[in-house]
Design a binder for this molecule. Sequence first.
Ligand SMILES: Cc1cc2nc3c(=O)[nH]c(=O)nc-3n(C[C@H](O)[C@H](O)[C@H](O)COP(=O)(O)OP(=O)(O)OC[C@H]3O[C@@H](n4cnc5c(N)ncnc54)[C@H](O)[C@@H]3O)c2cc1C
Length: 601
Amino acid sequence: MFGRIRFMKIDVERQKEIQQAEELLFAGPQALGFAKGLFQGHFVADWVLPYPRIPAAQQTELDHSLAELREFLDEKLDPAAIDRQAEIPRDVIDGLGRVGVLGMTAPAEYGGRGFTQMANCKVLEEIGRRCASTSVFVNAHHSIGIRALLLFGTHEQKQKWLPKLVNGEQLGAFALTEREAGSDAANLQMMARPTEDGSHFVLNGEKRYITNAAIAHVLTVMARTPVPGSNKTAITAFLVTPDMPGFEILEACMPKMGIRGTATGRFALRDVKVPKENILGPMGKGLKVALTVLDFGRTTFGACCTGAAKTCLRLATEHANTRKQFNKTLGEFHLVKKKIARIAADAYAMEAMTTITASLIDRGLEDYMVETAILKVFTTERLWEAINDAFQIYGGSAYFVDLPVERMLRDARINQIGEGSNEVLTSFIALVGMRGPGMEFKEIYDTMLKPSRAGIGKAWTAGMHRLGAAVRIPDIPVASAELGSFANQLGRLIWRFNLAVNRALIAYREPILDMQLVQERIAGAAMDLFASTCVLSRWDAELQLARRNGDSRPSTNGAADLFLRQSFRRIRGFLAGLKNNDDKELIATANSVLGKENSTG
Ligand SMILES: Cc1cc2nc3c(=O)[nH]c(=O)nc-3n(C[C@H](O)[C@H](O)[C@H](O)COP(=O)(O)OP(=O)(O)OC[C@H]3O[C@@H](n4cnc5c(N)ncnc54)[C@H](O)[C@@H]3O)c2cc1C
């Protein structure tokens, strides 16, 4: 009986969660994206092949901007000094504004450069290559700080706020996190109550860990607003400025381990009156606004990590080629080669994944949440390994502050936590991905329990979809015949992945929502399938370009080849782990350590 009541309570909470997620994520019928397609056993080739290219005219503009940026960064950016002094100097910020970095994707009519997300990612890669503090600062301002204004602002709002924000005269910040709302962003407590005449909202509450909080002139702040006619509340996005009475900086620059040049702060809003004209997007849809903003942040995150991984590769190679021990350079030892090859393979994949994910946004795919989550998790985990490997190759010297490696290590650690911790996103990738096939199984199952004419029709369609995916190995239409074997292997792995997803859904049904170890393997396989696809697409494009240019050199690409082999092996490992694992023992051990012996989960 007790168990039944507990189950019913969980069920009600679960229904609430599902309802919230449905509202957030699935606004209506949309084209099938690439990652969601993988979970259904499809290879939605149009989104990933051929490898996207920036149009020639835009490429010229990008090349010009990159040249200008590099010249400025060479002259002015000193990452070691920024770390030591825990501040990005004002002249660096002004210079970034001058070369257009602070408004790269803003439309030209508001003073921006009007760059696509793909072009913007190339700019962020260049900054990420040099200084993580600066790339996080730019991301906080441009990728997320002014993003809600760019995406959801009215023309009047954009006209009023954007011109000064895109040239760096003013800075932006994005304020979601609170004490009780970290990973659980929907639990934020800051309240915004309408005044009696409805002209303003009065905001109360505190935010913490906000990049640029104390240096921003305009903050996108998420707060709870009452839902008219009910006692519920929903989240709404507001533009808040620090000159509003009641805005109080509690701590301007919280001392921290890495990205020390960024100003991470806490602030309070005490009876701050914000005009209703400062609402961004629809009332009560702030969570959707926030998640869309974070999609953009996660894409440029991928670009910054790619840049940093390339720096790791350069540093590791330089050292391995010059440092001698046992009368040999370090690069002659196989265990050092292993690290260098892995960094090279991963950096190649990170760039390909960033480019393709950014292109999905540019090409107007409506729902790219799974791809941006994959990009964020994959690139941040790979960068962490790359820095760790480079650190190891440098040995004791890496530990000292005269070399950049220890700073890079400190700087990179936040990546796995910020903008959605990798655990939360891993779970998200698996659950959102499995939703499509899960709904089809539900249709079939419900009809078996309660047959009806309409139900049988829908169940038949669902059954045919599931059956079709189960018997058909997807075709991977690469243009280069020499990649045929990799393409075939990828197709077979997608087919096997789909079977594994089906099997997990049938075996575990709704409890899979809480089975994070299963989710981790499913998400891991999906991430590597996406990564392999991006690598294959990029390599295919390189071969085609070489062919068009009459280049007769052999078609080898060590990094791409190695990545695909390692990625395929990882995918097989994830799928095998679904059947052969120690999950029960792992959970039991953790429960015993945590003092939760009676827990069923
Ligand atoms: C330097 C820095 C800059 C930041 N800048 C900003 C900013 O500009 N704007 C902003 O709004 N926020 C910002 N943040 C906040 C950041 O986004 C949060 O720190 C992050 O979302 C995690 O929240 P939390 O720190 O409260 O960790 P918690 O939510 O307490 O989570 C701690 C850990 O618990 C685990 N965990 C949590 N939930 C789950 C789950 N469901 N399943 C499995 N494991 C789980 C994860 O391992 C996670 O890392 C910043 C943070 C830092 C450190």
